[in-house]
Design a protein around this ligand. Structure first.
Ligand code: FAD
Ligand code: FES
Length: 280
């Protein structure tokens, strides 16, 4: 049986041009990218793309910018291995392949009108930044917004300029912490795990939704702290990372029991997955 054009196009990368490359940390770069056909990416916050380089393969990467911003989109990429290493050697003007956007985005209709607590760690700030920019551009659609971010140390803190702007913005209450500051005499901010930032939050559980994106060990500890403040699982959103290949629910690489992380997720409500083995 031959694939219909619509089906096969799921596997067909379109060409994109790297418009600019900026260092975020020693191991992470921000790539501003535009489709060569001039069309918008058409994503929503929380979705990812499959980024491809000829001879290196493909990797899922979250979109780090909001669709409310101009025709470009941004990808914050950690140098992890073969493909991301090759991408880090590329420059403005180079061509990459993109499939997508894929995956279930943050549930904007359910977030609207709610107070939000947006909690991210490490690279998790990339997809969270898309949601934060969206909230920034639609200020009347959401209640109060608390941003909590934790990084290993100041050198490994992503999106420093954005964080500084969110800290000085009246729209957000933005708190940062680093795991360790022993090598950094100039740092005078919070030191410790991100969980320490949660107890001081004074939120009303009935009108609050928490969103968590970060490295796997962060989830359980953050969820426990939120539950101590009486936030139910139906008001906690997570974005999960799994090894992926196709990105479109065909290959089975990304399963969490019966769920496909690439299509049913990567964004889940906690009450949809907390009973599944190995989910969080
Ligand atoms: C939905 C989703 C969104 C993601 N968003 C981002 C993002 O915004 N920025 C970013 O830098 N990275 C993101 N990642 C992780 C990124 O896809 C991997 O770092 C990338 O695939 C590594 O490819 P590589 O060829 O450079 O490394 P490889 O040479 O394939 O592997 C290097 C190492 O990374 C590990 N690895 C590969 N894929 C993953 C994965 N999915 N999760 C954890 N470890 C992995 C391998 O096991 C190996 O140890 C995301 C992953 C998913 C599933
Ligand atoms: S990545 Fe292939 S089914 Fe999810």
């Amino acid at each position: 049986m031959t694939d219909s054009p619509c089906h096969s196009s799921l596997y067909l990368p379109f060409e994109c041009e790297i418009v600019s490359v900026t260092d975020l940390t020693p191991g992470e770069k921000l790539f501003r990218v535009r489709r060569k056909d001039g069309a918008p990416l058409g994503h929503l916050p929380g979705q990812f793309v499959q980024l491809s380089l000829l001879g290196y393969g493909e990797a899922p990467i979250s979109v780090a910018s909001s669709p409310t911003r101009d025709g470009l989109f941004e990808l914050g990429v950690r140098r992890a291995g073969t493909l991301t290493g090759a991408l880090h050697r590329m420059n403005a003007g180079d061509t990459i392949g993109i499939r997508g956007p894929f995956g279930r985005p943050f549930d904007l209709p359910r977030l609207r009108g709610q107070d939000l607590v947006l909690i991210s760690g490490g690279c998790g700030l990339a997809p969270m930044r898309s949601l934060i920019q969206y909230c920034e551009d639609r200020p009347d659609e959401f209640g109060t917004i608390a941003i909590l971010y934790g990084a290993k140390n100041r050198a490994n803190t992503l999106f420093k300029e954005d964080l500084a702007a969110w800290q000085s913005s009246a729209r957000f209450a933005c708190s940062l912490t680093v795991d360790n500051s022993s090598d950094d005499q100039c740092y005078s901010g919070n030191v410790g795990l991100i969980t320490a930032l949660i107890p001081p939050l004074a939120f009303v559980p009935e009108k609050t939704i928490a969103v968590i994106v970060g490295p796997p060990p962060m989830y359980r500890a953050v969820i426990d702290e939120l539950k101590k403040l009486r936030l139910p699982a139906g008001r906690i959103v997570l974005s999960l990372e799994r090894q992926m290949r196709c990105g479109v629910g065909k290959c089975g690489h990304c399963t969490i029991e019966h769920l496909y992380c690439c299509q049913d997720g990567p964004v889940f409500w906690l009450n949809e997955i907390e009973h599944l083995r190995g989910a969080v």
